[in-house]
Design a protein around this ligand. Sequence first.
Ligand code: ADP
Length: 238
Amino acid sequence: MGAITLDRVSKRFGQVEVIRELSLDIGAGEFVVFLGPSGSGKTTLLRMIAGLESIDAGTLTIDGQRSEKLAPGQRNLAMVFQNYALYPHMTVAQNMGFGLRNIGLPASTIEARVREAARMLEMERLLDRRPAALSGGQRQRVAIGRAIVKEPKAFLFDEPLSNLDAALRVRTRVELAELHQRLGATMIYVTHDQTEAMTLADRIVILNNCRIEQVGSPMEVYARPASRFVASFIGSPA
Ligand code: ADP
């Protein structure tokens, strides 16, 4: 569950074609990082997978189903944004359960899922607080918790650590790796940070100017960069 295939996908904003015939296979359960400088197309790709941006040509399939047949809500993907996007008037528990209430799950199921996610993230004691009473790191955990309770096939992370301080970034990175181990879900993770990519990814997709420069394991892209751009961006020995 959670295999995602892009086949010659193109994307235009107005008259400008930013992505041209891009193809990529993401295996079920894989941790894939989209790595590249600002403007390289990472977020646009992630948003197309999530169904938040349309696709102008080519096909996107999720577990063999064509994306045209799947509304964003039917894709069973959960996106975690860099600004957390929490509702200020709701408690942590309500924020985490909100999406589940919308799809009509019974209150007992929602509560059980929220408790389990809170336990996993070690934030049970925060469940009754509101976002204003949380640190940045705690808010990010709520955003991750809100994704976990959906029990998605795939998690989509858009620069999830960029608003955290250095120590918390390292800690949250380790926790995300553990979460991946535990849940076995597909994870697609956007970042411009090479260290995050090298430490988290099964495979890194290196983007430049909205094109794929190289796809490979951290070792492969480091030891055998496919282009000068990759070598300099990853910091491989010349
Ligand atoms: P990244 O996430 O790597 O910073 P983006 O996916 O945000 O890159 O952007 C890729 C390209 O698409 C950039 O050239 C950007 O200017 C353009 N772009 C992104 N979103 C829009 C939009 N809504 N309208 C016009 N151009 C856009």
